[in-house]
Design a binder for this molecule. Structure first.
Ligand code: ZN
Length: 304
């Protein structure tokens, strides 16, 4: 096995990306999920998104969720926003970490935020300034980085151009989102390799969905390339708005279970995360796709 990072940073995105793609759950269920996650050892939680409530009614209670959770000082909580207006709400609420999302595919971006990718990038330049002026970090997430449900394959050059603009405009970090699970290891290798050679100093996070079963394979490929920052959602919460019934993000406990056995530390208590996955299942009222939730960790023994 090639050299892998000795440890990685995980961002738990179940409360946001996960719940945004589930049937609406009550505010108190969101609070319960975030508070439970805050005690699993995970250091970063994407807690809410500040989007227009008409666009995504599941997130209309973002301010209330943020007020009600019992914040753990050891955890960094972040908010996802689609534009400067959303960022201002997040900053007013006191978030010190903001993620702004832009699609590499123009069609997806227009469906999402009703403007072209270039228009979003112009808005993001001002957003980065506003975030920094308020003392917040701003990560730019380039979604549909490995393909778009409308346009199909998105050329690597296009993704790199969007990412390059964000880097030049002062983003504190970049993330590539495999929004609908179209990435495969060879495609991960190509995009990450080229991004790294152009921007060796820029922190890079990867966000995989397991829509087509390649989630963990993509994580492993990225680890071998030295990537040490990943998103995942507890239980594999979430889905895909373009494919009814499809699975969501890579499951946090599956990722932890695999990489810890390879000597890559995550800081996450696996059994605690599996317990939260069971909680998440109860809160959304359906069976979640995580296989480690079903089978337990490889160290678990059946009584004889
Ligand atoms: Zn996602």
């Amino acid at each position: 096995m090639s050299d892998l990072p000795s440890h990685i940073s995980l961002r738990e995105v179940g409360p946001r990306d996960g719940l945004q793609n589930e049937a609406p759950v009550p505010t108190e269920a969101k609070v319960e999920l975030i508070d439970a996650l805050s005690h699993t050892g995970v250091r970063r939680i994407e807690a809410v998104s500040f989007v227009h409530p008409k666009a995504i009614p599941q997130m209309a209670d973002a301010d209330e969720v943020w007020r009600r959770i019992a914040r753990n000082d050891a955890v960094r909580y972040s908010a996802l926003v689609p534009n400067l207006r959303g960022a201002q709400r997040a900053l007013d609420a006191g978030f010190a970490e903001i993620e702004v999302v832009v699609s590499a595919s123009d069609t997806h971006n227009r469906k999402n935020v009703n403007r072209s990718t270039e228009e979003s990038l112009d808005d993001i330049a001002g957003l980065i300034e506003a975030g920094h002026a308020a003392g917040s970090t701003v990560q730019v997430i380039v979604s549909t980085a490995w393909g778009c449900p409308y346009e199909g394959d998105v050329p690597v050059e296009r993704v790199l151009a969007v990412a390059g603009r964000a880097v030049r405009d002062g983003a504190d970090g970049l993330s590539f989102g495999d929004t609908t699970g179209m990435a495969t290891p060879s495609r991960v290798q190509k995009l990450v390799g080229e991004f790294r050679s152009q921007h060796p100093q820029t922190p890079l996070n990867l966000h995989f969905h397991n829509t087509r079963g390649t989630g963990l394979a993509n994580v492993l490929t990225a680890l071998e390339l030295g990537v040490d920052d990943f998103d995942a959602s507890v239980g594999g919460l979430g889905g895909c708005p373009y494919a009814p019934g499809a699975t969501g993000n890579v499951a946090t406990e599956e990722l932890v279970h695999m990489v810890e056995d390879m000597g890559v530390a995550t800081g996450v208590d696996l059994e605690a995360m599996i317990d939260v996955a069971a909680t998440a299942e109860r809160l959304v009222g359906r069976q979640l796709p995580s296989q480690v939730l079903r089978a337990g960790p490889r160290t678990r023994r059946t009584p004889t």
